[in-house]
Design a binder for this molecule. Structure first.
Ligand code: HC0
Ligand code: SF4
Length: 579
């Protein structure tokens, strides 16, 4: 170990450790913006983490960036000396000068790492701001799901790193020079060669409002406030366990009842559950899978994650025939809400608008797919990310913490099984499918419904599951994060991997940490485990733990769809993909 002093405190460091890392371990705060420990990102570009080395055998006194300067034996460091504070402040001032300072109009207002750091260094005036300079940089609004506002970019390059090193997409590049250096899409001049798949991981790590979803809060409010329109809200399995934090509740708190109450309070007519549709998806996808297994067609990939669909279509179009044709729960719910519900509840189908709340930005792309509606009449009308929903509630003056929780009351489309609840975490769709397929094949339920062999957290997991009967043992795999997905797809294409059924979630962790969920400052995915645990608890507490035992799903098939994969079910609940 190495001994040094930081702020007159004796510290022990590991060889090659940086000053920043050592200070953190000793609970000494140094402001940072570009650095992100979880993804090993220390480009040293923001220079906010400067500290003063007051004594060092090697270089004497100097100001250095702490994120990439290694500790030395006997070094003395000051993070709060006048010199260090003045330099930190100057750096923030320079960053601010180069940044559109219209904070009130920014989607990160009140939740921005740059604002935090500006406050820390005590920035009270801005000597260098040149509005024209900041405004000259591009705002890329070409995507359906996200906006890249380079006027607010501080060039930390976290987005470039996450996309390249973790998701393995490498869609982002630094372009231009000097003040005009910005993050841009690779081959941005040709929209057809856009390789971004809208996974939203870049948005999760952006420290400012430079990357964000396309904001559709007003579109949702227009529907909610229109007396001629019946608004239906659905919310995803993961939203209820990944939303309470925003309102000061512990990570992973289940706020299902709070979300329902909040929706009613803002004037939503009918609150339904995406979980219900997840059960329907298991009926459709499970039946489809059994059919394919009997034909010897394999593997089948799940189709519910829209960034994965974007990825397959853009990067590996040859595997599209392997994808399940079943629509995602979001789309299944919207379709049934506009066909089945009007039959049951005497609502004019053409007056229904479906708003979904999703921890995902790619769900906005999904909702806009031409094959999932007609132009101007999509099945899902508005998709709000969890972040937008939080902003909507703030706009409406609703504090989730103090609202009295309510419960679902729709008799046709709101019940869900434990199997549906676990869709929100990696491995959940697979586990849900196995629970039902086993029952279909064997005419009895699994002895143990919790399939712990499917529940790890490694990027790629595989298992052999005995489905019994004529099907026997099947090989399944679950993958989360697109870096690992690419590896797995390559292995399937080369024949190296031999699986029957593969679940893919584009976001590491699955939907609990989706690219549309709340951002954690200075950390990438710190809450996944707490959220996942709550999801498993929801499953444990439900009376019905298999999709096929959901009574409302049984009624849907009896009264409307006839049978899983029937002609009508095919017409309404299945789709196709295009490269
Ligand atoms: Fe998911 Fe879904 S589980 S993709 O991760 O399948 O977004 O939560 O809503 O549609 O149900 C997200 C979460 C969903 C869908 C479901 C699936
Ligand atoms: Fe890369 Fe995903 Fe961001 Fe697109 S959304 S730029 S693929 S990280």
């Amino acid at each position: 170990t190495i001994k040094l002093q930081i702020n007159n405190k004796q510290c022990m460091a590991f060889p090659n450790e940086t000053i920043l890392s050592c200070a953190r371990r000793h609970d000494i705060y140094i402001p940072t913006l570009c650095e992100l420990d979880d993804i090993d990102h220390t480009p040293g570009t923001c220079r906010v983490c400067v500290v003063e080395i007051t004594h060092s055998k090697h270089n004497g006194a100097q100001i250095v960036t702490s994120c990439n300067t290694p500790v030395r034996e006997g070094m003395t460091v000051q993070t709060r000396s006048k010199k260090a504070r003045d330099m930190q402040k100057l750096q923030v001032e320079l960053l601010m000068a180069d940044h559109l300072q219209d904070c009130a109009t920014c989607i990160r207002h009140g939740d921005c790492e740059l604002q935090d750091v500006a406050q820390y260094v005590g920035l009270t005036e801005n000597r260098f701001f040149d509005r024209l300079l900041a405004e000259s940089r591009p705002v890329d609004e070409a995507s359906t799901s996200m906006i890249r506002d380079m006027r607010r970019c501080i060039r930390c390059q976290r987005c470039v790193a996450i996309c390249r090193d973790h998701q393995g997409i490498d869609a982002l590049v630094m372009e231009g020079t000097g003040n005009n250096r910005v993050v841009a899409l690779r081959d941005s001049t040709d929209p057809m060669s856009n390789i971004c798949v809208s996974c939203g991981q870049c948005v999760l790590v952006c420290p400012t409002g430079a990357l964000g979803e396309r904001d559709e809060i007003d579109k949702a409010l227009d529907y909610i406030c229109d007396p001629d329109i019946t608004t239906v809200v659905q919310f995803a399995p993961a939203v209820r366990v990944a939303f309470g934090e925003e309102f000061g509740m512990p990570a992973g708190t289940n706020v299902e009842g709070h979300v329902i109450a909040a929706c009613r309070k803002i004037g939503v007519d009918i609150v339904l559950d995406t979980n219900f549709a997840a059960d329907v998806v298991i009926m459709e996808e499970g039946t489809e899978l059994l059919g394919r297994l009997k034909e010897g067609r394999k593997p089948t990939f799940t189709s519910c994650c829209p960034a994965w669909i974007n990825f397959a279509e853009t990067h590996y179009p040859d595997i599209l025939p392997l994808l399940s044709s079943t629509k995602s729960p979001q789309q299944v719910l919207s379709t049934i809400a506009k066909t089945y519900l009007p039959e049951k509840q005497d609502i004019a189908a053409d007056k229904i608008r479906v708003i979904s709340i999703m921890p995902c930005i790619a769900k906005k792309d999904e909702a806009a797919r031409p094959q999932l509606g007609e132009a101007g009449k999509q099945d899902t009308d508005v998709v709000l990310t969890t972040r937008e929903f939080a902003r909507l509630l703030r706009r409406e003056g609703i504090d989730l913490k103090t609202i009295k929780p309510s419960s679902f009351d729709n008799p046709y489309m709101s019940e869900y099984s434990g199997a549906a609840a676990i869709f929100g975490t990696t491995g959940g769709v697979m586990e849900a499918a196995v629970r039902t397929i086993y029952s279909v094949v064997n005419g009895k339920e699994l002895d143990k419904v919790e399939l712990t062999q499917l529940r790890g957290f490694e990027g790629v997991r595989e298992a052999t599951v005995d489905l019994g009967g004529p099907i026997g043992a099947v090989k399944v795999a679950m993958v989360h994060g697109l870096g690992d997905t690419r590896k797995l797809v390559e292995m399937v294409r080369s024949g190296e991997a031999d699986y029957d059924f593969i679940e893919v979630m584009a976001c590491p962790g699955g939907c609990v940490d989706g690219g549309g969920s709340l951002r954690s400052k200075k950390a990438y995915l710190p809450l996944a485990m707490a959220r996942r645990e709550t999801i498993y608890n929801v499953d444990r507490k439900t009376n019905v733990r298999q999709s096929h035992k959901n009574m409302q799903v049984q009624a849907l098939y009896r009264d409307f769809l006839q049978a899983p994969n029937s002609e009508k079910a095919h017409h309404l609940l299945h789709t196709h993909y295009e490269d």
